[in-house]
Design a protein around this ligand. Structure first.
Ligand code: KG4
Ligand code: ZN
Length: 430
């Protein structure tokens, strides 16, 4: 099936078009026809984090150009033969047009672009649209959802609401195949080709992002149970906050990770007398909160506060000390995540570990989790670095698996809840 994926839950506007074949649990092949991401990071940098209303405004501005780009890339952009009636009324009844204007009423810029562009193009050969329904920033999410609803109405194809965290799980399961040379739309092109990994249940999924830190048990496909989660900050949020304390730009994860790596490579030593007196050792030591708590929950705000107190006590925050703090922070976080995941795997007798979410891009975490899974005898699947942070490919893939498993009837536009996805936070916006 050919499916369009839309993701606007945070600061990435993303659109993907894929073609899939097969059955979930057997073989499931995925061809990426287009995968567009427009990051707003540079805009949010000056606020030190994501500013929701700015994110919404940018999604509203960027969704239509990104859709046209994705349609062009996939060979699905066909202009209609000029007719005297090239207005949107040609495609929609008055009732539907009113509906469209209501749907996009809060996004005037998007409505204007929609009314200008969509009537000009042929309906693409898509069978469904998958859209992130949450969790995420509400104003940002609604822009994507309303855009998806409008496209679904005008093209008369089902809309599949997808939980963003379920998307991160599917990103972890994408296994690259040899590139396909196809004669797609008379152009010989390389099509990125993937398949869904074959996995043994029970599965534990570790989801680590800017908004979530969760350990999820899957006894079967689409059967999700949250075993543990953070009680305060998400791990990505902790990376971002510690980065801010150290005067590093947003997003903090990659910045801290790079700095920690330099500290490890050069084996920097803290030469500061005050610090040595304080900690009685040469090295900075941060806590490993809840590492032995006996449950599956996490807490990361304590490490962040420990960094804050440490920095306040320093006479000077030199580059060397910054790097040493980054190294110890990354060590502490990775140790907690790895040990709690090990415990979860061991207690649930899990056969497989899936890792997804923006923090899954962290190299030290990837290394330590891979070693641990080997020791526990579990297979491990971690999302490619480029698929770890938010993207629409994972939403399209999750949507295609829902469609293949539940059938299109379950996605009747009046029945948005038939998703089987994780039920967390504001994920039930529909
Ligand atoms: O999944 P994601 O793109 O967005 C959410 O759904 O939240 O995750 C973004 C988070 C940010 O907090 C960012 O700092 C973190 O992922 N991140 C990393 C790395 N790359 C991104 N954290 C640690 N190490 C990285 N290499
Ligand atoms: Zn995410």
């Amino acid at each position: 099936m050919k499916i369009l994926g839309i993701e606007t839950s945070c600061d990435e506007t993303a659109i993907s078009i894929i073609e899939t074949e097969g059955k979930i649990g057997e073989s499931f092949d995925i061809k990426i026809l287009a995968n567009e991401i427009l990051s707003q990071i540079s805009l949010h940098k000056e606020y030190g984090g994501v500013f929701p209303m700015l994110a919404k405004r940018e999604h509203s501005k960027n969704l239509m150009p990104l859709l046209l780009k994705a349609l062009k890339e996939s060979g699905f952009l066909k202009l209609k033969i000029k007719s005297s009636k090239s207005k949107i009324e040609e495609n929609l009844s008055t009732y539907e047009l009113k509906n469209l204007q209501t749907l996009l009423g809060r996004e005037p810029e998007l409505l204007e672009q929609f009314e200008k562009e969509i009537p000009k193009i042929e309906k693409p050969p898509l069978m469904a649209i998958a859209v992130t329904k949450g969790p995420g920033l509400e104003p940002a999410l609604w822009t994507g959802i309303n855009f998806a609803k409008a496209l679904s109405a005008i093209w008369n194809i089902p809309l599949i609401p997808i939980n963003h965290m379920e998307g991160h799980i599917f990103a972890g399961l994408l296994q690259k195949c040899e590139p396909l040379i196809t004669n797609h739309q008379s152009l010989v092109t390389d099509v990125m080709s993937y398949k869904l990994s074959v996995i043994s249940f029970p599965v534990i999924a570790l989801l680590v992002s800017g908004g979530h830190t969760e350990l999820i048990e899957m006894k079967d496909w689409f059967d999700y149970k949250i075993l543990g989660a953070t009680r305060d900050d998400a791990v990505g949020e902790a990376f971002d906050k510690v980065a801010r304390i150290l005067g590093l730009p947003y997003p903090g994860g990659p910045e801290i990770s790079n700095l920690a790596e330099t500290a490890r490579l050069k084996e920097l030593r803290i030469m500061n007398y005050e610090l040595r007196k304080e900690s009685e050792t040469e090295k900075i030591k941060l806590p490993r909160p809840m590492i032995h708590s006996g449950d599956f929950d996490f807490s990361f705000s304590g490490i962040k506060t420990a960094v804050l107190y440490l920095v306040k006590k320093l006479p000077e925050l030199t580059d060397e000390i910054k790097a040493e703090i980054a190294r110890e922070f990354e060590d502490a976080v990775v140790e907690v995540l790895t040990e709690k995941t090990r415990r979860t795997i061991s207690e649930t007798c899990a056969q497989t570990l899936i890792v997804g979410g923006g923090v899954a891009a962290n190299k030290l975490l990837r290394k330590k989790l891979t070693e641990m899974a080997g020791e526990e005898g579990a297979d491990i699947f971690i999302s490619e670095i480029s698929h770890s942070t938010d993207n629409a490919l994972m939403i399209a893939v999750a949507g295609a698996t829902h469609y293949a498993n539940f059938g299109k009837e379950s996605f009747d536009n009046s029945n948005f809840k038939a998703t089987g996805g994780l039920k967390i936070d504001n994920a039930d916006l529909f």
